[in-house]
Each structure stands twice: as structure tokens, then as C-alpha cells.
Design a protein around this ligand. Structure first.
Ligand code: UDX
Ligand code: ADP
Length: 462
């Protein structure tokens, strides 16, 4: 029986997942640890609007479980040693150096965790991989644990997270499936899998809990994300064809989505997908395929990324072309910076790439996002390399009010599909803009007829 859980990494995955596990299992103590003191302090903040991540419904779960059986701490060693089960939820970004640069996952944080677990453990542990990882990472974790720690038994499980940001609480409460991979050829492995099944069985119907071998579980996670991203690149490719041919991509999506073999979800054409998973996981898949010598397989999946990059660039090019081939000195108002609505996460957000292109064209970018803090936006811009570090953020202005952001703008670009954008007083916005007033709707969110009636020149995707 598991009594104490430790989760290493208090991010977008570790935080919400552990909050729900603690909420549903009041008899288990769950401690989420992180090296980042600021992040832990934010998780412990009594003002729930100051939690480090924005996720609808998360605050209520934190309110219920925190201090009862859910704890956030920077005491990593202590929490590891006390735990029977340890989740690894640290970040696994794409490598930015050396072999596999821009493709392979950087496993240094995972390795550091494994070494730390080996160093401080004095009792048997079940170690669960939660972060998305390349296939066979469990083997590396296994080697490190067994070769650097003696006398303690470890079982390694893979339990990939399928929650999407913005709907994390619903996805965790009511998952399509829970996947648990383990060493099911041995009794100890089977038992470890069963311990984790028991934790989820508190609220997830048994038939939705799948158990597999480790490698199938690891590869299923990459495959799920690759298939989802592939749908997006497919519909985005069609959006360009629609723009050339006069078809309407939303109509096409509806028509094909009603075919039950295709289904209606994940067919919304946009300025390009973002988020921490899709690009990283596909690059991972490409890298693994290449390392097995499977060139055609690698090229097949890489095309999903190439198309996505094209979609983002196409959007910024359209803005420049439509504004009479120059945006130099013009104010372009960005509505939205997050990679999707209902999150404050900006990783790989299309907005960052579109901003980069327009800044290269010497535009002034005004940004408003309801949940992304100013410092995050400047950090994202600083990470771009179009200019020297020093003047990177020149030309970027962050606003706390959407109307101020749009005032005197030559054009508005909708980068995130926040619901509130639909409710704005668009007549008022129009009155305060430069004329002709353009709207580039990267999410096909706004009411085209109404905007055109007001006088906007409205351009959408597909
Ligand atoms: C994704 C997977 O959905 C999730 O299962 C996995 O665990 C992590 O990666 P996430 O990145 O949080 O989740 O969000 P998701 O809803 O998948 O959206 C990813 C990107 O695709 C966003 O930029 C979103 O705006 C875009 N998208 C999604 C579209 O452009 N159109 C759609 O129809 C759906
Ligand atoms: P994800 O979206 O996968 O949850 P995040 O970047 O939001 O990714 O969260 C990962 C967290 O893991 C970060 O807060 C980071 O500080 C933390 N982390 C990374 N390495 C370690 C480590 N060795 N020990 C504790 N925390 C770590």
C-alpha cells in the first residue's frame, strides 16, 4: 500500500496531476518538490490567483487538498526518502547543443533526478516516469538507479500524461484512458503496476486503465501527440489550399469531421500549433527513427513540423503583404500570447514566431493577453535571435488593457482564441484605430460579417 508519494517537478504536469491524485486519495500524502523556490512559494500562496500556473478549476482542488495531504516543498531529498512512490515530472526540452541538437530530448534533468533518487533512497521505491520521454528512457533510469545505489529495490513505471493545458482538470477527472507501462514479465513489476492502478482506480473506471510493457507505454505517448499534431498540420495545409481556391476551411473541417472514421476534434485550422509537447515529441520521434536508420519514417513525421513552421510564417507574411508590403514603424496589436486559451503557458506559442517575423520587418508589436504576465512576454522575445540581446525587446509593448493595446494600431492580429475577445466592443476598437483598419484572425474566432459591417478589412485562416 502506497502511503507517501513524492513528485519531482511542480510544473504544468506535476502540479495539476498531483493535486487531483491527492484530492481523490485523502489517505495518501502527496509532496510536490521543485528546485525553483519561487515556484514552490507561489504554489503555497494563500492568494489562489497567484498560483504559478493558470488552469480553470485548479484553485478549488488546491484549496481542498493543500495542507491536508498535498504539500509543496523545496526539500527534495527529504521527500524522496520518505516516499514509496516517486513521480518524475521534470522538463525534457529539446536539446540546444551537441549531438541531436534541435531534435533529441535533453534528458539531463531526468538523469539528475535519477541520480538524486539513488543517492538519498534508503528504502524500496516505485519510480514513475510522468514527463514525455523518448522510448527506452526507463532503461537509462534503471541503469543509473541500480548502478549508483545498493541494497534498495526500484521498480520503474511509465505513466504518460495525456492532459491538455486549459482543460487539465477535466482531463484528469475524466480521462479517456490512463496508461501504465511496467516490467510486467516479473511479479515485482506486476505488483508495482498494480499499486499505481489502485491509485487511479479511486476515480477512474477500471476498463479505462490500460497496462502495457514499458516501451509500448513510452512510444504510445509520442504516437498520440504525433497523430494529433498531424491532424492539425493536415487541416492547416488545407487552409492554404482553401485560401487559393475559395473553399472555406471551417466548412471543410465540419464536412469531414462528420465522417465517424475521421471525427470532429482537432480540426480547427489556426496560425499553427504550439505548446510544450507536439513539436518536441515529433522531433523526438524523428530523431529516434533516424537513429534506427529509418529515413523515410523520419521524413514522414518531420513534414508535420515543416508544415507548422510554414503556417506561422505564412500568417506573418500575409500581414506584411496586406499592409502594402511594409510594416516598418506600424503598430500591430497582438490579442493573445499564450499557445492556446485558458492557460498562461507560452511555450512554442505561434505568437512568438509571428512577433519575430514582424520585428524583423521593424514593426511595433503591442501585446495583450488576459493571463500571461508581462515578464514572460519579454523573456520569450529575448529568447529570439533576430537582434542583439540588448535591443531585443525594443519595439515590443505589453498592455494590461485590450482597448489600449489596439488604440492607434494599423492592424490587429488574433493569436490566441480567448473567449473574451469575442465579447469586445469592436465598433469602439475600430473608431480608435488607424484606417484602413485590418484584423488578421489567426484563430477564425471573430464574427467576420459583423467586423466587415463595422468597416474592418478582415482576413482569416482558410
Ligand atoms: C497536448 C496533447 O493534447 C496532450 O494530450 C499532451 O499530453 C500534451 O500535448 P497541449 O499542448 O496542452 O496538449 O494542448 P492541445 O490542446 O493539444 O493544443 C496544442 C496546440 O494545437 C495549441 O496551440 C492549440 O491552439 C492547437 N490546436 C488544437 C489547433 O490549432 N486546432 C485544434 O483543433 C486543436
Ligand atoms: P511540464 O510542462 O513538463 O510540467 P515545467 O517546466 O512546467 O514542465 O515543469 C518542470 C519543473 O521541474 C520545473 O519547475 C523545474 O524547476 C523542475 N525541475 C527540473 N529539474 C528538477 C530537479 N532535479 N529537481 C526538482 N525539480 C526539478
Amino acid at each position: 500500500m502506497i502511503k507517501n508519494i513524492c513528485c519531482i517537478g511542480a510544473g504544468y504536469v506535476g502540479g495539476p496531476t498531483m493535486a487531483v491524485i491527492a484530492q481523490k486519495n485523502p489517505d495518501i500524502n502527496v509532496t510536490v518538490v521543485d528546485l525553483n523556490e519561487q515556484r514552490i512559494a507561489a504554489w503555497n500562496n494563500t492568494d489562489l490567483s497567484k498560483l504559478p500556473i493558470y488552469e480553470p478549476g485548479l484553485d478549488n482542488v488546491i484549496l481542498e487538498a493543500r495542507g491536508r495531504n498535498l504539500f509543496f516543498s523545496t526539500q527534495v531529498d527529504e521527500a524522496i526518502d520518505k516516499a514509496d512512490m516517486i513521480f518524475i515530472s521534470v522538463n525534457t526540452p529539446t536539446k540546444t547543443y551537441g549531438i541531436g541538437k534541435d531534435m533529441a530530448a535533453d534528458l539531463k534533468y531526468i538523469e539528475l533526478c535519477a541520480r538524486q533518487i539513488a543517492r538519498v533512497s534508503t528504502s524500496d521505491k516505485i519510480v514513475v516516469e510522468k514527463s514525455t520521454l523518448p522510448v527506452k528512457t526507463a532503461e537509462a533510469i534503471h541503469d543509473i538507479l541500480y548502478q549508483t545505489c545498493s541494497g534498495v529495490n526500484f521498480q520503474i513505471l511509465s505513466n504518460p500524461e495525456f492532459l491538455a493545458e486549459g482543460t487539465a482538470m477535466e482531463d484528469l477527472n475524466n480521462p479517456d484512458r490512463v496508461l501504465i507501462g511496467g516490467n510486467i514479465d516479473t511479479d515485482e513489476g506486476k505488483q508495482a503496476v498494480q499499486e499505481l492502478v489502485n491509485i487511479y482506480a479511486g476515480w477512474v473506471p477500471k476498463e479505462k486503465i490500460l497496462t502495457t510493457n514499458l516501451w509500448s507505454s513510452e512510444l504510445s505517448k509520442l504516437t498520440a501527440n504525433a497523430f494529433l499534431a498531424q491532424r492539425l498540420s493536415s487541416i492547416n495545409a488545407m487552409s492554404e489550399l482553401c485560401e487559393s481556391s475559395g473553399a472555406d476551411v471551417d466548412e471543410v473541417a465540419k464536412a469531414i469531421g462528420m465522417d465517424t472514421r475521421i471525427g470532429p476534434k482537432f480540426l480547427k485550422a489556426s496560425v499553427g500549433f504550439g505548446g510544450s509537447c507536439f513539436q518536441k515529441d515529433i522531433l523526438n520521434l524523428v530523431y529516434i527513427s533516424k537513429s534506427y536508420g529509418l529515413t523515410e519514417v523520419a521524413d514522414y513525421w518531420e513534414q508535420v513540423i515543416i508544415l507548422n513552421d510554414h503556417q506561422k510564417r505564412r500568417f506573418s507574411t500575409k500581414i506584411v503583404k496586406t499592409l502594402y508590403n511594409t510594416v516598418s514603424g506600424k503598430k500591430i496589436a497582438f490579442l493573445g500570447w499564450a499557445f492556446k486559451k485558458d492557460t498562461n503557458d507560452t511555450r512554442e506559442s505561434a505568437a512568438i514566431y509571428v512577433a519575430h517575423d514582424l520585428l524583423t520587418e521593424q514593426a511595433c508589436i503591442a501585446v495583450y493577453d488576459p493571463k500571461v504576465i508581462e515578464e514572460r512576454i519579454y523573456t520569450d522575445i529575448r529568447s529570439l535571435h533576430y537582434a542583439s540581446e540588448k535591443n531585443n525587446t525594443e519595439g515590443v509593448f505589453v498592455f494590461h488593457d485590450a482597448y489600449d493595446c489596439c488604440k492607434d494600431a494599423h492592424a490587429i492580429a488574433v493569436l490566441t482564441e480567448w473567449d473574451e475577445f469575442k465579447e469586445y466592443d469592436w465598433q469602439n476598437i475600430y473608431n480608435e484605430m488607424q484606417k484602413p483598419a485590418f484584423v488578421f484572425d489567426g484563430r477564425n474566432l471573430l464574427d467576420q460579417k459583423e467586423l466587415e459591417r463595422i468597416g474592418f478589412i478582415y482576413k482569416r485562416i482558410g
